[in-house]
Design a protein around this ligand. Structure first.
Ligand code: ATP
Length: 649
């Protein structure tokens, strides 16, 4: 991995560029971080100049702390102890909530100032979405401990840090927050990792003693001397049903978090549940472990000195159950990530949609064809808490009516003629734990709508030809270019389904109405590799493109730029004459003149002037706004019009 120095910085910059432009993975980027970089590219996280992150307002910060009151209380001892360890080391220990907002920090004062240069400070959100690949954000997204060294950060400015983060889980396996050590990249990161893993195990261990009313706690370890320490496995039972556990127990017993409330004591152990004493319990696989059990707060145990040389048992890195990674079912679609751009309004919509999905609320995305509904859904999935589970896509308009049912609901062996011999679980089941994207929902046949509604209501799905329904947990994200209210009025869409899916609505703006056309154009141009080959668009060509009405929206624009760049020689400045004929004149312009045999300067001038006049009209005569919309400087605009510059407008 490159270390420091100018040669290295240049090599790192080049490697970033190759990743963003061509999808080439830098050799020093470890496998587990590749999908995080890809997510950031899909989210359009700026990698060179990250947006300035101001801490949230006092009130919001206070509310966030109140929501994480239990975590803050339980982690205080570890924060103090780790903070003391870090006092003479260039590093900080940080605690965040489950959204990635930094709640507490301790450590070295000099390093604190350095960290503030990149907004690593209380009140700032360090989710992947906000700050790109970083140990806190990636640990939250992937539900595992993460180490990110220097240049492995997605955002260049964060290269001054090496960070190690471990998620803190509640007794029922939910994400409570993240404990992180961030330090100077020149320090060996191994020590930090060990320290926080141990600290998190202690915090999680303490969480179990908070409230034992109506429950029985059973703790286990193969070595009786380690019972009562943070290394023991903990299980909580209500009657004999397992309702909570720590990661050590989950790993030791080969369980999943989803097993909670479905597993009984007798499924796990031979014999009756122990009553308060240290007893030998024989497990099902014949191994012997020692157990204690309590029905009230466990007594303060003389804690034997922990075996510091050993790794924390049950490290979540491999063990927190995860669905098939949604990281990359179709890597080709994720190429050319540099060309993705979300303006402030879309980012705001994205943030709100992430909150909706995280709360299990369906999202409806409306927009004309090619406005980025699918791309938005991919970004939403990547940024949501469901990002480490599947994103399953079904285009309701693209498959024959007769197949939608089996595609969605699955079928059992031999359910119908032509069925694959082994049956299929169906898209809904595949989306369990994740997101089901129903594209073109307005084209779903009525008969299917009734079944889908039943699944949404019951949260259960039964395959064709099968009698047993299975419980499913997915959030539907739907998209359509149709006016769904009109579809309901016309009887083509069920009203009850409409209301079921129409909770949180995102509207993607068509290209012709986007005020940020020049920025978008530049981003897509860079995404098509123009910058690296020294290719650019002349201002006149930009103005003409801006004036086009773009029925195909972003897809049409992206495809056009890709083609132009692919056909151009390196170093070309593309002018209006290089555009295909249908783009050389704004289609909405009145009385189209027949194209001249060769595009000469006169024609070009006329086109440019037309585009300029349209922009001025669209901005009600405001020259500053018109110049901005055209991507020109105001004085260039006046020069084009042959008028002197008027201050102010
Ligand atoms: N935010 C964006 N940044 C960059 N390019 C984009 C963006 N949104 C869309 N595009 C371009 O437009 C293409 C089409 O996007 P997408 O498939 O998401 O649109 P859609 O609205 O789902 O289309 P359809 O309605 O036809 O299914 C993308 O492949 C990409 O080239």
């Amino acid at each position: 991995m490159p270390t420091s120095g100018s040669t290295d910085s240049a090599a790192i910059r080049r490697a970033r560029f190759l990743f963003l432009e061509r999808g080439e993975v830098p050799p020093w980027l470890p496998g587990p971080l590749v999908s995080s970089w890809q997510r950031c590219a899909v989210l359009g996280v700026p990698h060179e100049r990250p947006e300035i992150s101001e801490p949230v307002m006092q009130r919001e910060f206070r509310l966030a702390r109140e929501r994480s009151e239990t975590l803050l209380g339980l982690a205080a001892t570890e924060l103090d102890a780790l903070g003391e360890c870090m006092e003479d080391t260039p590093g900080l220990v940080l605690l965040t909530d489950a959204d990635g907002m930094v709640l507490e920090r301790r450590g070295n004062l000099d390093f604190l100032q350095k960290a503030e240069q990149v907004a690593l400070q209380p009140g700032v959100n360090w989710s992947e979405q906000a700050r790109g690949t970083n140990a806190i954000g990636t640990a939250l997204t992937e539900h595992r401990s993460v180490l990110v060294r220097g240049c492995q950060h997605f955002c260049q400015s964060n290269e001054i840090l090496t960070c190690s983060a471990v998620p803190v889980l509640t007794p029922t396996g939910e994400m409570a927050g993240v404990l992180d050590i961030s330090s100077d990249p020149r320090l060996a990161p191994g020590y930090a990792r060990g320290l926080i893993q141990m600290a998190v195990a202690q915090i999680e261990h303490r969480w179990f003693s908070l409230d034992l009313r109506g429950r029985r706690m059973v703790t286990l370890h193969a070595n009786p001397a380690l019972l009562g320490t943070w290394q023991e496995a903990i299980l909580l039972f209500e009657e004999d049903v397992l309702v909570a556990a720590n990661r050590v127990a989950i790993t030791l017993l080969g369980l999943e978090w989803g097993s909670l409330r479905h597993v009984r004591y007798a499924h796990l152990f031979a014999g009756a549940m122990p009553e308060g004493l240290v007893v030998a319990v024989v497990m099902r696989d014949g191994r012997k472990v020692f157990a204690r059990s309590f029905s009230q707060k466990p007594p303060a145990v003389a804690v034997p000195e922990p075996d510091r040389g050993r790794a924390v048992p049950g490290d979540s890195a491999r063990r927190v159950p995860r669905g098939r990674s949604a990281a990359d079912p179709d890597p080709e679609r994720r190429r050319g990530p540099a060309g993705i751009y979300w303006d402030a309004a879309s980012r705001e919509q994205l943030n709100l949609a992430v909150r909706a999905v995280n709360a299990g609320v369906p999202v409806m995305i409306l927009g004309e064809t090619g406005t980025g509904k699918e791309l938005f859904t991919r970004a939403l999935h990547a940024a949501s808490k469901r990002g480490h589970r599947n994103l399953v896509m079904l285009n309701c308009a693209a498959i024959p009516e007769g197949l939608i049912e089996s595609e969605l609901f699955g079928y059992e062996d031999g359910a119908f003629t032509g069925a694959r011999q082994k049956g299929s679980p169906g898209k809904i089941k595949d989306a369990d734990g994740g997101i089901l994207f129903l594209d073109e929902i307005g084209d779903m046949p009525l008969s299917m709508q009734a079944r889908l509604l039943r699944v949404l209501q019951s949260k259960e799905v039964a395959p064709l030809g099968g009698s047993r329904a299975a419980v499913v947990d997915f959030v539907p994200v739907c998209a359509t270019h149709r006016n769904l209210e009109a579809e309901v009025a016309a009887g083509r869409m069920r009203q009850d389904l409409f209301y079921r899916l129409h909770h949180f609505c995102v509207r993607l703006t068509p290209l012709r109405e986007r005020p940020d056309f020049p920025v978008l154009l530049d981003t897509l141009l860079q995404g098509s590799g123009a910058g690296e080959r020294g290719i650019d668009l002349a201002p006149e060509a930009r103005a003409v493109l801006q004036a086009h009405t773009w029925p195909g929206n972003l897809r049409e624009l992206a495809n056009l730029l890709r083609t132009l760049v692919a056909l151009a020689d390196d170093g070309t400045l593309l002018g209006v004459e290089d555009l295909p004929p249908e783009y050389r004149r704004p289609p909405s312009a009145p009385a189209p003149a027949p194209p001249p045999p060769a595009v000469g300067p006169l024609h070009l001038d006329a086109l440019t002037r037309q585009a300029v006049e349209q922009a001025i009209a669209a901005n009600k005569g405001n020259m500053t706004a018109a110049a901005k919309a055209l991507g020109l400087h105001r004085s260039t605009l006046y020069r084009m019009l042959g008028r002197p510059k008027v201050p102010g407008r």
